[in-house]
Design a protein around this ligand. Structure first.
Ligand code: SF4
Length: 327
């Protein structure tokens, strides 16, 4: 369990979550024993390069891992119930009403042959048993809230008639319309311009502040993290390697991978200087290095790193780090 936050217990507590893919060539571990707590009103950013397991971890929690992947062990206890032990029908009911997910690509969530209004209104009709008229009214109000101009007209539009940014907003409206307790947002603003990105992030953080919604924000963009998150979880090659309050992370990540990520960000004060980059590449799941998966790229690797998997070490400032330097 994360030591990050005192007070009431976590809304979502993930423990030992392990997700694998089993192609004929052998087992690939996409999420490797992840433990993580998410609290009410918290915006937890899950960061790391593409292929580090951030998205797969979120899909695993909600039972959305695409075949042939499967969760082989672990728990994801949400509001007292283990989501991984529920039937698909029970999980779908939780997903619709109490936990939602926003994807990077809206076309994976929007049905191309249904008008936007019907899709955004559907959770209200199904879970609140509202009339069609009431549900469409709620949909129009939500579309206005996410900044779509002329929401009454958008209700009758089909996804292909909207721009990419408008589709993204419609999908966000659909995810937020029931004020979920948990929102998992996977790179929700990557395709949007900076102004729209700011509006969407303000909307998500306002929702979290006003209603206590816990937000898991999956992103590779540390600028977005700095704007809205209050905690950071760093993933590398399927493992969680650091779990920290956001201030502590930006003051100085403890894990060498997080240090490399932060050092690769451009800063005004460093204008004219060459950006630092982490040497090497994120390893393929089929060729994960032994011990600490980061050791071939780590400038501080030493004795035990290549041979033994580091456990989590707690630090006095409330963070946890998976690195032998802190043993
Ligand atoms: Fe680097 Fe070793 Fe720490 Fe891994 S365990 S991050 S290789 S110092």
């Amino acid at each position: 369990m994360s030591p990050r936050q005192a007070g009431p217990g976590p809304l979502l507590s993930v423990a030992g979550l392990t997700t694998v893919f089993e192609p004929p060539s052998g087992r690939l571990t996409a999420v490797d024993g992840v433990d993580l707590d998410v609290f009410r009103g918290q915006i937890l950013a899950v960061v790391g390069d593409s292929g580090c397991g951030k998205t797969m971890r979120s899909l695993s929690v909600l039972g959305l891992v695409p075949p042939p992947g499967r969760v082989v062990s672990g728990r994801a206890v949400f509001a007292g119930r283990d989501l991984l032990a529920l039937s698909e029908g029970e999980r779908r009911a939780v997903r619709g009403a109490r936990a939602s997910m926003i994807f990077q690509e809206p076309m994976t969530s929007l049905n191309p042959v249904l008008p936007i209004g019907e899709q955004v209104a559907e959770p209200v009709r199904v879970h609140r048993r509202a009339s069609k008229r009431e549900a469409l009214g709620a949909a129009a109000a939500m579309l206005a809230k996410v900044g779509l101009p002329d929401p009454a007209r958008v209700l009758s539009r089909y996804p292909h008639e909207l721009s990419g940014g408008q589709r993204q907003r419609a999908m966000i409206a659909m995810a937020l319309i029931l004020s979920p307790q948990l929102l998992i947002a996977d790179e929700p603003t990557t395709a949007l311009d900076v102004t729209v990105q700011r509006q969407i992030l303000d909307l998500v953080s306002g929702l979290s502040r006003d209603t206590g919604t816990a937000v898991v924000l999956v992103t590779h963009n540390l600028g977005v993290v700095a704007q809205v998150a209050n905690a950071v979880a760093v993933m590398y090659a399927g493992r969680l390697v650091e779990d920290a309050p956001v201030e502590a992370f930006f003051e100085g990540p403890a894990h060498p991978y997080g240090q490399g990520l932060l050092a690769s960000l451009p800063r005004l004060a460093d204008r004219g200087r060459r950006l630092s980059a982490i040497p090497g590449m994120v390893p393929s799941l089929s060729r994960l290095p032994s011990g600490c998966h980061f050791h071939p790229r780590c400038p501080r690797a030493f004795g035990p790193c290549a041979g033994e998997v580091p456990p989590f070490f707690p630090l006095p400032d409330g963070r946890r780090v998976r690195c032998w330097l802190y043993a």
